[in-house]
Design a protein around this ligand. Structure first.
Ligand SMILES: Cc1ncc(COP(=O)(O)O)c(C=O)c1O
Length: 384
């Protein structure tokens, strides 16, 4: 006798034992293993933890951010309403900050969500995606989830811009090119003139320029949006603005592209506190500029120290540096013993023996250098 189409609710013999089969594209993916120091950091540890593994800001956001959030929470009734679905106050400030028009901007739940939205909107299974690597790997999950064919392309030196390798990888099937500028973790910058060449060479593709570290570098491809309908720039409030925990990012593109992205974009996904905080951060640009100035002055202090200690270090135009150490695991552990949390990048091709260290203020970096001095002293084969 065949089972009834709608089994009785209380008869557990009909309950499925296996979990449902994964979508084909998801079968190729592994769960994202977030390697964050957060759960290992003891907030009361001495010395004060230096969390330098995720390129977040190392200081609290502007006092104006805290003031506006506190004022908003003064009326808790506000929390039972959905957020403004157009993020209008934030987008209004972003038009002034970026020079783009209202209809050229989409605010997202962190810039990760902007990358995901681009993949969802433009990629079909089998579409080709060109990614100069090594780079920010989380993007690969979004493209992979769409069943795209990802072509990671490597130049001969990961720290040098290599446009020819990217141009050679483009085909008529290329649907998306992902460029991070400055690149995480190598610091390579994609100048607007180079991105324009790629945009002309692949007019059928969306050229995504991820400018998560824009504020530290100052170079942007946003003006390309005027002439190139296939260029989209993504940015974040997680790095220089110091509100990573509130998850706010945005993208800028041609109005028609933005209208297409809105077919899938969930306007409720940017929470109300994130909108308020990001708008307040844009109302206090002095605070941003002074933090960027601190990071800019701190980078050479760290790089010069490491080089002088015999550890080859490279600066980047972003808020992190790269350093080559004899053994990344041992070095990271010794750092952790000093409450310094850094990121091992040695598993990425071409980055053997490299760790990435986020850079904060000058005072924090002087403290960091003292602690690294003790780390290096405990590595006798490195210390002179
Ligand atoms: C290049 C790059 N893009 C995007 C992100 C994600 O930023 P968000 O916090 O805005 O999602 C990061 C975070 O490390 C990043 O390095």
């Amino acid at each position: 006798m065949s089972p009834p189409l709608v089994p009785p609710i209380d008869d557990l013999s009909f309950a499925p034992q296996a979990v449902p089969t994964l979508a084909e594209a998801a079968q190729a993916l592994r769960p994202y293993r977030a390697v964050s120091s957060l759960e290992r950091i003891d907030a009361h540890a001495k010395p004060e933890p230096l969390k330098l593994d995720w390129n977040e800001s190392t200081i609290a956001p502007s006092a104006l951010v805290i003031e506006r959030i506190t004022r908003f929470l003064g009326n808790t009734h506000h929390l039972n309403w959905y957020p403004d679905q157009r993020s209008a106050e934030l987008v209004d400030r972003l038009t002034r900050y970026t020079g783009r028009r209202f209809d050229e901007i989409v605010v997202t739940n962190g810039s990760d969500a902007a990358l995901d939205l681009l993949c969802q909107t433009y990629l079909d299974p089998g579409d080709e995606v060109v990614v100069p690597a090594p780079t920010y790997t989380h993007f690969l999950v979004y493209a992979g989830a769409r069943g795209a064919r990802i072509k990671q392309v490597y130049g001969s030196d990961p720290f040098e811009l290599d446009i020819e390798t990217v141009l050679a990888a483009l085909t008529r099937r290329t649907k998306l090119v992902y460029l991070v500028s400055p690149n995480n973790p190598t610091g390579v910058v994609w100048p607007a003139s180079v991105v324009a060449r790629i945009a002309r060479a692949a007019p059928q593709a969306i050229i995504v320029v991820d400018e998560a570290y824009y504020e530290f570098c100052g170079d942007s491809c946003a003006p390309l949006v005027d002439a190139y309908s296939n260029v989209v720039v993504t940015r974040t409030f997680s790095k220089s603005f110091g509100i990573a925990g509130l998850r706010v990012g945005y993208l800028m593109g041609d109005e028609r592209v933005v209208a297409d992205l809105r077919r899938i974009h969930n306007p409720k996904s940017v929470n109300v506190l994130g909108q308020i905080a990001a708008a307040a951060a844009l109302d206090d640009l002095e605070y941003l500029y002074s933090y960027v100035d601190e990071v800019t002055r701190a980078k050479p202090i760290l790089v010069d120290f490491l080089n002088a200690q015999g550890l080859p270090a490279r600066t980047t135009p972003a808020n992190f540096i790269m350093v080559k150490v004899p053994h990344t695991g041992a070095f990271s552990q010794l750092c952790e013993d000093e409450s310094v949390y850094i990121r091992d990048r040695s598993m990425q091709p071409q980055l053997e023996r490299y760790v990435r260290i986020s850079v904060g203020t000058v005072a924090q970096t002087r403290d960091l250098v003292t602690r690294l001095g003790r780390v290096i002293a405990r590595m006798p084969h490195v210390a002179s």
